[in-house]
Design a protein around this ligand. Structure first.
Ligand SMILES: Cc1cc2nc3c(=O)[nH]c(=O)nc-3n(C[C@H](O)[C@H](O)[C@H](O)COP(=O)(O)OP(=O)(O)OC[C@H]3O[C@@H](n4cnc5c(N)ncnc54)[C@H](O)[C@@H]3O)c2cc1C
Length: 380
């Protein structure tokens, strides 16, 4: 249905093989133990995936949103939660520094992140500021050659073991006076206050972070003071397009698993696949998946061609995230009792899929972004 370039076919093939060999065999165990697949990250570095959008001079692959979405999809078919950690590292942290950092910041941080020596993340959400991202309260005050950062962040992917975080904080009195900082976990005053337990995406570690008079060198300010909004919004758009690849991957995994299952399982003397109500669910899932792919690949291509329309990512996420949850629930239903059992992967697919309706902006916020754009409404 989709025409890929030779390079894209090669990328899909190698990522698919990697995911089958390194992610799929560990997915169930890591979901159970809430572990983190560090070995897979090292291997992803060898494949050139950790700096997928970064310049080649820092070790990156210099690829676009489309290739990143394809990679997310293939990885998530095997383990959605490792893919979420990969997204936080490669898009929320690496791409952010690539797109907005100074030459010195790129030289200092990108090679370590792209080689897999360091793990990265991004810290925007706070206990009192989730959907209302600009309501954040963390504050950075310039004192000499340092910023003194105080505040708390929550639900931060890769929080428990990350070495470096792109952190948003207020630097002035106005709502839009937000600045972005590169904060290393070894800076004085940085603390992982709590590792969080989750219903899904359990192989993607999540934490609360605290900054207590945290000392951030002035050279770690990304861009200018009070000027985060534009690059924050551009990053979020790319995040939303590419994270939709995870929903595509989960839906694809649901479809493959249930297609096999309903052909093998027999009731009333026939394989389940002979019953029309079963066929209906399979046909719906396959059609939704192709529609989701068409939307996301087209949005990614537009993003890559320089289109900054914030509804690109919002539409991808709004369509694919509920699609993934529905596919997970349908897969459980099609497996019957087996679907509800931990021995089968589909209940994990559903738990993982649900996060995509919340993280990177909830479904409701996606609707608001799309409606505001169409109706020419301002923030508020
Ligand atoms: C597993 C996980 C990983 C995450 N990783 C990161 C990360 O790496 N970095 C980071 O910064 N953040 C991260 N997040 C945070 C995530 O982006 C937020 O959870 C999300 O934006 C929602 O914010 P909230 O949880 O505070 O919910 P709230 O904003 O409190 O929303 C609660 C409910 O109210 C609804 N709501 C809010 N405002 C409106 C409105 N105006 N109209 C209608 N409905 C509304 C929401 O849609 C939602 O249904 C992560 C979250 C999770 C669960």
């Amino acid at each position: 249905m989709f025409t890929y370039t030779e390079e894209q076919k090669l990328l899909i093939h190698s990522v698919s093989n990697f995911a089958k060999e390194y992610l799929a065999p560990k997915a169930e165990e890591l979901d159970e133990t809430e572990g983190y697949n560090q070995a897979a990250f090292k291997k992803m570095a060898e494949l050139g995936l950790l700096g997928i959008t970064a310049d080649e001079k820092y070790g990156g692959a210099n690829l676009g949103a489309l290739e990143t979405t394809l990679v997310m999809e293939k990885l998530a078919e095997a383990c959605a939660s490792t893919t979420l950690s990969y997204l936080a590292h490669s898009i929320l942290c690496v791409n952010n520094i690539q797109a907005n950092g100074s030459e010195a910041q790129k030289q200092k941080y990108l090679p370590k992140l792209i080689s897999g020596d360091w793990l990265g993340g991004m810290a925007m959400t706070e206990p009192g500021a989730g959907s209302d991202a600009l309501g954040l309260q963390s504050k950075a005050v310039k004192v000499g050659n340092k910023y003194i950062l105080n505040g708390a962040k929550t639900y931060i992917t890769n929080g428990p073991s990350g070495n470096i975080f792109v952190v948003y904080a207020k630097t002035g009195p106005a709502r839009k006076d937000v600045s972005t900082f590169i904060v290393e976990s070894c800076f004085p005053g940085f603390k992982v206050s709590k590792k969080l337990r989750k219903m899904g995406m359990r192989a993607s570690p999540t934490a609360e972070l605290a900054f207590i008079d945290c000392e951030v060198p002035v050279e770690n300010l990304i861009g200018k003071e009070n000027d985060s909004i534009s690059h924050m919004m551009k990053n979020l758009n790319l995040e939303r397009i590419t994270i939709s690849g995870i929903s595509l991957g989960i839906t694809s995994a649901c479809l493959s698993y249930t297609t096999r299952f309903v052909q093998e399982r027999t009731q009333f003397g026939k394989p389940l696949s002979h019953f029309q109500m079963v066929q209906e669910r399979i046909a719906e899932m396959a059609t939704q998946l192709d529609a989701g792919r068409a939307l996301c690949y087209a949005a990614a291509l537009r993003f890559d061609s320089g289109d900054l329309d914030p509804t690109l990512g919002a539409k991808c996420k709004l369509f694919t995230a509920p699609m993934g949850t529905r596919a997970g629930l349908d897969a459980i239903q099609l497996l019957g009792g087996a679907g509800y059992m931990k021995e089968y992967p589909v209940e994990r697919y559903m738990r993982d899929a649900k996060l995509l309706e919340i993280g990177a902006g909830t479904n409701e916020i996606m609707r608001i972004i799309i409606a505001k754009s169409l109706l020419h409404l301002k923030e508020g």
